[in-house]
Every structure is written in C-alpha cells, then in structure tokens.
Design a protein around this ligand. Structure first.
Ligand SMILES: Cc1ncc(C[n+]2csc(CCOP(=O)(O)OP(=O)(O)O)c2C)c(N)n1
Ligand SMILES: [Mg+2]
Length: 365
C-alpha cells in the first residue's frame, strides 16, 4: 500500500501512533505547525515520473519561486498596490497538479494563486505585469495579485473572499458535465476556508451530483496569523469530505511527484463520472501571510525546520536520485534565471493603463 518514493532532504521524525510528532492540547494532528509534510505517507501507489517530467516540474517550481521572490522585493519597495500574498513553499502543490491535468481543465484558486496561474500556463511577463498593475497584465492591471484570471488557460479566477472560488469550481464542473465536455475543474483553497459554510454546501452538492471536480486543500497550518490547531475541531481535514461520501486523501503537498499521482487519480475518477475527490496537501508557507507580515506569531526555528522539506529542493534532490547530472540541473537553473529576468524586464517596461480604462469592463457590455 504505502509506497512513497519521496526522499526528504533530511530524515524526518516518524509520526507517533497518534499521527504527529507534537500533538497540541486539543488533540488535532495534521493541523500542527511542526509536522513536516514528509511525515505523511500516501496509502496509494506513486508511480515514478520520468526525468523529463521531473525536470519540467523542477523548472516550473524554481521559476515560480524566483518570480515570487522578485515580487516580494518589489512590494517591499512600494511598487505593488494592494495586498500581495506569495506561495513560497507551496510550489509543489501547483506544479504537480498542473502536470496531471489537461491544459483546458478549469482552475479556480485563492488570492494566493500566482503559483497556480503560472503552472497552468499563464505567460510569466504578463503575470508579473498584472501584479505591478500594468496594461499588459492579464486583466489590464486591474485585477492585480489577488485576482489572476486567464480563461484561455482554464484559469477562471482567483478570489480574495475566503472560500468563494470553491462553489465557482463546482459550477464549472456542472457546466462540463451538462455539456459533456470531459473537462475537470480543480479548486485550491486553504485550511482556514474549511470553516466557511459554502464549502460544505458545495461538498454535498458535488458529491450528490458526482460532479467532475477536485477539491484541493493546501493545508499550510495557518489561517493568516492563527495556527489552525487553535481553531479547528477536527485534526485531519481530509476527514471532513468523508462525511459527504466523497473520496479523500491526505498527501505530502511538498512532493510534486506525490501530488501528481493524487491529482491524476482524482482526475481519472472525475472523468469516469465517479464524482469529486478531496485532496489534503500538507504544505508550509515559508514566507509571510502577505508582503509586510512581521511574522510575530511563529518562530524562526519553526520556519528553518520546515525548510528541510522545501518543495523546490525536494524536486532537485529527486532529479539527482534519478540520475540527472549536475550539468543538467545547472542548465535548468540558468534557463530559469534568464526567463525570469526577461519577464521582469517586459513587465517593468509595460505602460500604466490609460486612466480612461478605469471605467471599461466594470459591467458586462
Ligand atoms: C470571507 C472572508 N473572511 C475573512 C477574510 C480575511 N482573510 C484573508 S486570508 C484569510 C486566511 C485564510 O487562511 P487559509 O484558508 O488557511 O489560506 P492561506 O492564507 O493560509 O493560504 C482570512 C481569514 C477574507 N478574505 N474573506
Ligand atoms: Mg492556511
């Protein structure tokens, strides 16, 4: 059964019989902040991906990381209007899922969605331009970081309202089902979103109607500045879905190969008319909740510990284990650095939107 091909950067402590190394007083488990996602072993087979596929996933994860590091710096210099949330540390959830789906499958996600948009094929220069509020952005600079949208890539919208993108995905899945399109909808949300009522209405309806939708919880153990173990009555989030008669799994969300396997299975189930799957990807936010977060609510030691299972390094190590040469990896690194520099230059050269544009696309024409 358990067949995890993951090799973490360093040996992780074994899970205790109760499921976690340190269980807080209220007894919750996968919500604890000191759980390394490498401690989660999937109870399904994880097929080994080719070096070619792993290389592409590593390239994407590194590119996403470097784009977001640039954006954090730009935000600190006051170049970005509004709130900006990075997914530094979450990259494997995006690249593993995107590699398992078709380019025209539907996607919705949260305000923390740069990684999903980029993994789903959005142009890097235009994505950065959107965050910088420039005319070449995907929404002409009007959406910004929190409202990535690119229907031509199946990216139907990120959303600043916690949980709101989840019923949207069920609606897209219903449309696909009614039109017999064969398209799957995947929606990403955080652990904090699980306490919104609309999530549970959606789970019930999607399960009852066997909608082709994948509910993917990026459990980073924090809802803004609050550790989820302080607020959740349930320790293992994937169990919520079982109450709705839905398949659900808990996986290492920092291991793109495991994510790929879980999403592939969920997509096959959805396309076969067998309904939704809930995936709980255990991950960790290595940067603040948003640019400017002082991070007084967690210790530097906790973050350092979690860096041992940084998803970008997991992919790099996996490539080495599978025989990729140092030169091969160095060539990917150089290509990413060049691509990011080009994209940044494009975005920074993009003009500001014409002020008259402020009144267009506000309502449907
Ligand atoms: C309906 C609603 N309530 C509250 C907020 C404020 N808020 C923004 S992000 C956030 C935390 C969400 O945490 P989680 O779902 O775990 O996602 P994460 O930010 O960790 O990725 C909250 C409460 C909001 N945007 N929308
Ligand atoms: Mg969270």
């Amino acid at each position: 059964m358990a067949n995890k091909s993951s090799t973490p950067l360093a040996e992780a402590p074994a899970r205790s019989s109760s499921g976690a190394a340190n269980v807080p007083p209220n007894g919750v488990v996968s919500t604890t902040t000191d759980l390394l996602s490498s401690q989660i072993a999937p109870d399904f087979d994880v097929p080994a991906l080719s070096v070619e596929t792993l290389s592409e996933m590593y390239r994407q994860a590194l590119l996403i990381r470097q784009v977001e590091e640039f954006l954090l710096g730009a935000a600190e210099q006051g170049q970005i209007g509004g709130a900006m949330h990075t997914a530094i540390g979450h990259e494997a959830n995006a690249v593993g899922a995107a590699a398992a789906l078709n380019p025209d499958d539907y996607l919705t996600c949260t305000y923390r969605g740069h990684h999903h948009g980029l993994a789903h094929g959005m142009d890097v220069g235009r994505a950065i331009a959107e965050v910088l509020g420039r005319a070449d952005g995907f929404a002409g600079g009007k959406g910004g970081s929190m409202h990535f949208v690119a229907p031509e890539h199946g990216m139907m919208g990120s959303n600043g309202i916690v949980g709101a993108q989840v019923p949207h995905a069920a609606g897209l899945a219903l449309a696909s089902q009614l039109r017999d399109e064969g398209r799957v909808a995947i929606t990403f949300f955080g652990d904090g979103a699980l306490f919104q009522g609309v999530m549970h209405e959606t789970f019930n309806m999607a399960s009852k109607w066997k909608l082709p939708v994948i509910f993917y919880c990026e459990n980073n153990r924090y809802s803004e500045m609050t550790p989820t173990w302080r607020t959740s009555s349930v320790g293992e989030f994937y169990l919520f879905a079982r109450a709705y008669g839905m398949e659900s799994v808990q996986i290492d969300g920092n291991d793109a190969e495991v994510v790929h396997a879980a999403v592939s299975q969920a997509a096959a189930r959805a396309r076969a008319g067998e309904g939704p799957t809930f995936i709980e990807g255990i991950t960790y936010r290595l940067a603040g909740h948003m640019a400017g977060d002082l991070e007084t609510y967690r210790s530097a030691d906790e973050i350092e510990e979690q860096r041992r299972h940084d998803p970008v390094l997991v992919l790099r190590n996996r490539l080495k284990e599978r025989g990729a040469s140092d030169a091969h990896i160095a060539a990917i690194d150089a290509g990413v650095a060049e691509a990011v520099a080009e994209a940044v230059a494009f975005a920074e050269a993009s003009p500001w939107p014409d002020p008259a544009e402020a009144y267009t696309d506000v309502y449907k024409n």
